[in-house]
Design a protein around this ligand. Structure first.
Ligand code: AGP
Length: 609
């Protein structure tokens, strides 16, 4: 998730580009760059790091001109570096592009272009677009862009510049946002409204498959075949801060609603389109890489640790490999029994959590191979690990982790299927079934997010209780832990999660009249046992909110309120059952007037021991 901007008009382009990018830095801050046409050629300035580094460079050596594009990067392909920063050009410098998204078939295209003599200067997927323009160009910029779009696959928002036609910018989108700001004698392009709101409130929101020819006096929108599209002007009435949150009140709720896309992107290029299996380009494991393992150690902190607990269930059941899960701050001091026959998996959204980084180094010291699952390309943990699987959740701004957690669960599920298949533990029919269910998940999450009113009501009704309990068995217990953490960290309610069967061994003493209990009952093989645990707390007059599968007409007889999630494979339910718990925590915190995105005493990335 990067931020892109474009300007064409009478003014100097660079000031608008830099100002617009500063409003998009929440989308990515690994590197920044601009390209400006000075009347005879396109000049580019780009650098790794925060936008202010580039701004200083441009201040020292201004880029003059009235036509330009800019980019602030969230690295996916190629770690943060000057060379991997956008904009990217072709061999001649005639074509310049900025891109947000992932070109899935870039490696295939790149190999072909290199064979034809093209020289690549970066590791990015985006650069192939610039070289394809060069490859196809026969004097018609627009026709060339159309041909390039027929060749590339994936998700993208793209803005193109051509030195031969400096009176226009061309832009297009597929699955990634792009807006055009309509000015008087000037026009603006951006990934999101915050970048243009200070210059105009009249916009076109581009739809998938549309492209626009933008000059200083006109915006001509067509579909990819060139058929004109009549666009309705969208008048923006948000203030700048609200715009950064895309109209949402907080980054946390925005990120909760970004989960269908984050989950879909994290599966892209990994779950085969025909559901025949899972493959990780970044791993390229063979059977021996899995059969040689005596055990797996998963190490992480906080929410990432909770994702690891779900991972244990999935890997042990689908790949039949013993898995230990540890919080990193304990792992590194308990002289763990791991060696070169142990695979250590470290999980970290930020890739900078000190305890997890130190645990990684400890594992390597003991001879273990280390696989990192992280959301930040080029982060310390990514750099230290032997191999890395990236979650494609995009930047997560709110301290409370939501979309990073669900994408970590997706990676755990894919990894378990991948290792189970390599080991020959998973019959092909089962692989097919699991992959089919995996690909259904984004729609199921979408469905869950369509009606949040009942959850909002529960949060308002019980949001002022100071003690709340979460109960579950098996995978539901793992999700209950995450639900309790979410509620604790943003609403400051004392919430605890328990393995439901453990309740009668002590904690049941805390269950009194009116205390809210969130009971997850989505696991068929322990369902009856879970119902009896619900009866135990109901017998002490607790108020029970049950989380059950759609089609389950039993649970509502035992609880006070029921939230249903779409039915899916039992190993994949955590990806759905956590959503109502994220929402419950969010609305409880909002009801209590808490600083949802920046809760007290907490930081997004904990870089101290
Ligand atoms: C989760 O909402 C918290 N922000 C926190 O527990 C977090 O999961 C933990 O600090 C680990 O962070 P990481 O995934 O960036 O390593």
């Amino acid at each position: 998730m990067c931020g892109i901007v474009g300007y064409i008009g009478p003014d100097q382009a660079a000031p608008f580009l830099l100002e617009g990018m500063s409003k998009l830095e929440y989308r990515g801050y690994d590197s920044a760059g601009i390209a400006v046409f000075d009347g005879s050629q396109i000049n580019i300035d780009k650098s790794v790091g925060r936008l202010n580094i580039l701004a200083k460079k441009v201040e020292m050596k201004p880029l003059t001109g009235n036509l330009g594009i800019g980019h602030t990067r969230w690295a996916t392909h190629g770690r943060p570096s000057d060379a991997n920063s956008h904009p990217h050009t072709d061999c001649t410098g005639k074509f310049v592009v900025v891109h947000n998204g992932i070109i899935e078939n870039y490696m295939h295209i790149k190999e072909k272009l290199i064979a034809k003599g093209h020289i690549f200067t970066s590791e990015t997927d985006t650069e192939v677009v610039a070289h394809l323009l060069e490859e196809y160009y026969e004097g018609d910029f627009e026709a060339t862009v159309k041909k390039v779009l027929e060749t590339i696959e994936g998700s993208y928002a793209l803005v193109f510049m051509c030195q031969d036609e400096p009176d226009k910018l061309i832009c297009t989108k597929q699955d990634n946002p792009l807006v055009i700001g309509l000015g008087e004698g000037e026009n603006f392009i951006a990934s999101d409204i915050p970048a243009i709101i200070s210059r105009t409130r009249r916009t076109y929101i581009l739809s998938d498959g549309e492209m626009a020819i933008v000059t200083k006096d006109s915006v001509w929108v067509t579909n990819r075949q060139g058929v004109p599209v009549t666009k309705k002007v969208f008048e923006v009435n948000w203030d700048a801060e609200a715009a950064e949150k895309g109209g949402y009140e907080h980054f946390m709720i925005k990120e909760i609603y970004e989960q269908p896309k984050a989950v879909r992107e994290t599966m892209t290029g990994r779950v085969a389109k025909d559901n025949s299996g899972v493959a990780f380009e970044e791993l390229k494991w063979i059977k021996e890489d899995v059969t040689s393992l005596k055990k797996i150690a998963i190490v992480a902190c906080g929410t990432a640790y909770h994702a690891g607990i779900v991972g244990k269930y999935l890997i042990e059941n689908l790949a039949r490999i013993p898995v230990e899960v540890d919080v990193a701050s304990e792992f590194r001091y308990r002289s763990p029994l791991i060696d070169d026959q142990t695979l250590t998996i470290v999980i970290s959204q930020s890739g900078e959590t000190l305890d997890t980084l130190a645990a990684l180094k400890e594992a390597k010291k003991l001879g273990s191979r280390v696989l990192a699952i992280t959301n930040v390309v080029g982060s310390s943990i990514a750099r230290e690990a032997d191999q890395v699987i990236y979650t494609w959740a995009g930047p997560e701004i709110a301290v409370a982790s939501t979309k990073a957690y669900t994408t970590q669960l997706i990676v755990m599920a894919m990894l378990a299927i991948y290792m189970g298949s390599l080991k020959g533990k998973l019959p092909q029919a089962r692989v097919l079934e699991l992959c089919q269910e995996l690909r259904e998940l984004p729609n199921h999450i979408h469905e869950l997010l369509e009606d949040v009113e009942p959850i909002k009501t529960f949060a308002q009704q019980y949001g002022f209780n100071e003690d709340v309990f979460f109960l579950g068995r098996s995978l539901d217990y793992a999700v209950a832990l995450e639900g309790a953490l979410k509620l604790k960290e943003i609403s400051y309610i004392h919430a605890e999660a328990y393995a439901a069967g453990e309740l009668k061994h002590g904690t049941l003493a805390l269950i009194i009249e009116g205390v809210p209990v969130i009971a997850l009952a989505t696991q068929k093989d322990v369902y009856e046992k879970m119902l009896s645990n619900i009866k135990e707390v109901k017998a002490r007059d607790a108020v029970v909110i049950g989380i059950g599968l759609k089609g389950d007409n039993q649970i509502e007889k035992y609880v006070d309120h029921t939230i249903y999630i779409p039915a899916t494979d039992k190993f994949l339910t955590p990806i759905l059952s956590v959503i109502p718990l994220q929402l419950l925590a969010y609305y409880a915190a909002a009801t209590r007037g808490c600083d949802v995105d920046k809760p007290r005493n907490l930081a997004k990335s904990v870089t101290v021991e």
